[in-house]
Ligand binder design. Sequence first.
Ligand SMILES: Cc1cc2nc3c(=O)[nH]c(=O)nc-3n(C[C@H](O)[C@H](O)[C@H](O)COP(=O)(O)OP(=O)(O)OC[C@H]3O[C@@H](n4cnc5c(N)ncnc54)[C@H](O)[C@@H]3O)c2cc1C
Length: 392
Amino acid sequence: MHLRLTDEQKMVQQTIRKFVEKELIPLENDVLRNEREGKPSLSKEKEEELVLKAKNAGFWGINTPEEYGGADLGQMMQAIVAMEVSKTFVPFQFGGSADNILYYGNEEQKNEYLIPTINGEKKSCFAMTEPGAGSDTQNIKMTAIKDGSEWVLNGEKTFITGGNEADFVMVIAITDKELHQKTKGREGVTCFIADRDMGWESEYIYTMGEWGPASLFFENVRIPEKNILGELHKGYNLGLEWIGFARWIVGARAVGTAERLLQMAIDYSKERETFGKPISERQAIQWQIADSAVEVEAARWLVLNAAFTLDQGEDNRHLASIAKLYGANMGTRVVDRVMQIHGGMGYTRELPIERWYREARLWRIYDGTDEIQRLIISRNLLKGHVKLGQYV
Ligand SMILES: Cc1cc2nc3c(=O)[nH]c(=O)nc-3n(C[C@H](O)[C@H](O)[C@H](O)COP(=O)(O)OP(=O)(O)OC[C@H]3O[C@@H](n4cnc5c(N)ncnc54)[C@H](O)[C@@H]3O)c2cc1C
């Protein structure tokens, strides 16, 4: 057992850290100003400039297989990169990647969707949630009815990340009502790749955060048979796989953000004096710093364990739920303490803390709520799918 990053992992971590410090953090004030003025966080030119710099630094397609031009660094590296990039709220992602389930496409689908997505020529989104079916994904109502060589989709999806910008959506719909009922939603649904120009429409949803997902509307949208992703009637598992990947990454993001925020609180507490002494000399502040540090470390190891387990080719779903549940809650607790340590300044828009406060709240809701993670973790233990201490 070796609980340290390898030299290669450390090197990538340090290089990404430098990129974030040198290229992204200096843009934070611009991003705050743009967002407050209702403009895009980053201008198109700035985004293109960053993409070029990231490509030149070799950070493109970190987790993309080498045959598609990526670096294929594995899940641990994915976690480490997510932690580093989340130290800033500047909305930049090292691109060159595609949704995990797009790799299940056939050759034609890979050429038409996977490769252009990796190359940044097309944007994707994934749609499972509906107005009447969020946590209970088995309760979806969107239908797909076969008509000749096409499927006709009707229904509404909601809260779809990237749904306003996407060129195509991987959308889950019921293709066999009887089978769907008989299997309690596990079969009888299919994942379709639907281009926007096949006729679906989107509408922006305003949220507490600085970005919003979309509602997607399908009214007699005709999708050719060849656009079925994976197997007919077996789309539910693809959906779970998409959600499952995003799950532990939420924990990784929470670690990066909490670490940056905690550093801000440490620095501020040493500068801010009350009653003749820096507040860092007060036990009330020290304990908030200590509790936050303990929780950040705990979350880091939970995330790394989930990533490591996946890299070993093992099923990491139990650990992913644990990392997501703990990481998301840790993140919201830390941002709250950091705001408290900053007093009135923490509540102002002079500092980015309130922005992170609003953003962090989402972590406990999407990709499976706190309650759903608890349900999964307890069910695994109560039914004996997982034994305590199994993953050491
Ligand atoms: C910003 C944002 C982006 C999103 N992006 C996507 C996306 O890209 N694609 C996509 O398909 N979906 C997406 N979602 C949807 C997200 O996954 C759902 O919102 C989430 O799963 C919760 O579903 P719900 O909102 O319908 O809440 P509900 O399922 O209605 O839950 C309401 C409350 O009841 C609790 N609850 C529900 N069932 C149980 C139970 N059995 N036991 C105890 N408590 C329970 C929940 O935890 C929650 O507190 C996104 C959501 C948001 C807010």
